[in-house]
Design a protein around this ligand. Structure first.
Ligand SMILES: [Zn+2]
Length: 224
């Protein structure tokens, strides 16, 4: 009888460990690599030097910030189509700053499906002043089509996974990025190169940070 009880207890214990371990596992991620060639690498190195003032011979980052976005483009396929070309097509303000096209490491669909476009440690242009250390997560959505519950859950799972893997210190929405101006985190050589952003908004970010158990008050955390 005692033997059976011990076996039962061991099984229960293993179940608890297994359930606890699930929170750290890699979520399902579909690989959809965008074009990365010599030209994209060259333009990325130029961006790192000219915009961030960082001289390096490899376009790799150590991720310390996660920036959450929405696309304003309403499908994963179209978004990947926008990010795939190496050079920026036509956004005069951005093009003047660099010919490198915008992109992000991840895109999340309306149903919560996660797509990876670039390795997590590869440089991507998505957030002025912070690209040198930031992973970008784009979500299919807009002001008219706010992000979904499935996207909230997918962002939570993906960022938990990234936080376990890298020394992530901040999880921010793109609309919050200018909070870093004036801090050592901000690296942009032209103080006038700024764009106003509203994605993805306070409601989504507050809920996401609550799910992740990370800082709620970004300004307070920065000033510490
Ligand atoms: Zn954005």
């Amino acid at each position: 009888m005692r033997f059976y009880l011990e076996v039962l207890l061991t099984i229960c214990l293993l179940c608890v460990i297994a359930v606890d371990g699930i929170a750290q596992v890699r979520p399902d991620i579909v690989q959809r690599p965008i074009k990365w060639d010599e030209q994209r690498e060259k333009l990325s190195l130029e961006y790192l030097l000219q915009r961030h003032g960082i001289q390096t011979d490899t376009a790799r980052i150590t991720p310390k910030i996660v920036v959450v976005h929405w696309t304003d483009v309403m499908s994963v396929r179209k978004t990947i189509g926008v990010f795939n070309p190496v050079e920026l097509p036509a956004r005069p303000n951005l093009k003047k700053a660099s010919a490198l096209n915008v992109s992000s490491q991840f895109v999340i669909g309306r149903d919560g499906s996660i797509f990876q476009l670039l390795p997590e440690t590869t440089f991507a242009r998505h957030t002025i002043g912070l690209n040198y250390c930031a992973i970008g997560i784009e979500n299919i959505g807009s002001a008219r089509y706010p992000l979904t519950q499935a996207q909230l859950e997918a962002n939570t799972a993906l960022i938990k996974y990234l936080m376990a893997k890298y020394p992530i210190e901040f999880v921010i929405g793109h609309h919050e990025y200018q909070v870093f101006r004036g801090s050592n985190w901000w690296k942009e050589t032209d103080p006038n190169y700024l764009t106003k952003k509203t994605d993805p908004g306070d409601a989504f970010m507050n809920q996401l940070r609550l799910n992740l158990g990370v800082q709620g008050d970004l300004v307070h955390h920065l000033s510490k």
